[in-house]
Design a binder for this molecule. Structure first.
Ligand code: MLT
Length: 264
């Protein structure tokens, strides 16, 4: 556990040596969604895979809303506390990608390269944002069960559901054990996140965009527009994967990530 400021602590896997690669999980997950990447990278890179506030083994702190900018600040606090002074390769999935874009906006000097996985640069529509706020209140009243049951068929790709269903249960269990306060705070923070589409052209660091070909939450067509808007960005689709491409097709994902890391 790393104390990042007086009132906050974050759990973080910290393995290997070399260029730091910071892996930021999606919602409502924890660092274990990166297990295949941690194993593949740690012999060549310093891999940091935290649990965001209230998720996994990290205690909850802060108020009832965790903005994406605050979660990015948490990451800077973590890097400072762990003595990571070199700019990092920041790899974020979905909510982790929303946080990565805020990290870029507010802490660009700490960034060596950006990997955006199964995420969006657009803000929520007002309907989606309102739905998140309702869902946040419900989770606090009733627990995370119904939210997770509703999400599971949407986040895993059709191929995973049909051919590799055993890949679903470990992450479903992680989701079901999430702290309702963390889930509600993250939902409210995501509902309020800014639209970053008009800023993508300002990104100057190397960037890789990866999306599962069967992702219905942040579909390939939308992620391609993100890649097209970032100067020089690479774009890769992982076959037979949905919204959780690093977990569903680690072979394809790791190949793309390692090839990209060799260039930055
Ligand atoms: C995630 O995987 O982090 C979620 O799909 C993000 C979201 O709800 O927008």
């Amino acid at each position: 556990m790393t104390r990042t400021s007086q009132n906050s602590k974050l759990y973080c896997v910290d393995r290997g040596e070399g260029t730091p690669v910071l892996l930021v999980h999606g919602f409502p997950l924890d660092h274990t969604m990166w297990n295949h990447q941690i194993d593949a990278l740690a012999s060549r890179y310093r891999v940091l895979a935290p649990d965001l506030r209230g998720f996994g083994r990290s205690p909850m702190f802060g108020g009832d809303r965790a903005t994406m900018a605050e979660l990015a600040d948490d990451l800077v606090g973590l890097l400072d506390a762990r003595g990571v002074n070199d700019p990092v390769v920041l790899c974020g999935l979905s909510m982790g990608g929303y946080i990565a874009l805020q990290f870029w906006q507010n802490h660009a000097k700490r960034l060596r390269a950006l990997v955006l996985c199964d995420t969006r640069a657009a803000a929520d529509s007002s309907d989606v944002a309102a739905g998140r706020r309702v869902a946040a209140d419900r989770v606090l009243r009733e627990g995370v069960g119904s939210l997770v049951e509703g999400m599971t068929p949407r986040v895993f790709g059709a191929s995973t559901q049909r051919l590799r269903p055993e890949r679903i249960e470990p992450l479903r269990r992680v989701m079901l054990s999430s702290d309702p306060h963390a889930v509600a705070a993250a939902q409210r923070g995501m509902a309020d996140r800014p639209d970053m589409r008009s800023r993508l052209g300002e990104i100057r660091c190397p960037a890789l965009i990866v999306v599962g070909r069967e992702d219905v939450s942040s579909p390939p067509a939308e992620m391609r527009t993100v890649a097209d808007a970032i100067p020089g960005a690479r774009y890769v689709e992982a076959p037979e994967a949905g919204h959780l491409s690093p977990w569903e097709n680690p072979e394809a994902f790791n190949r793309a990530l390692l090839e990209f890391l060799a260039t930055v």
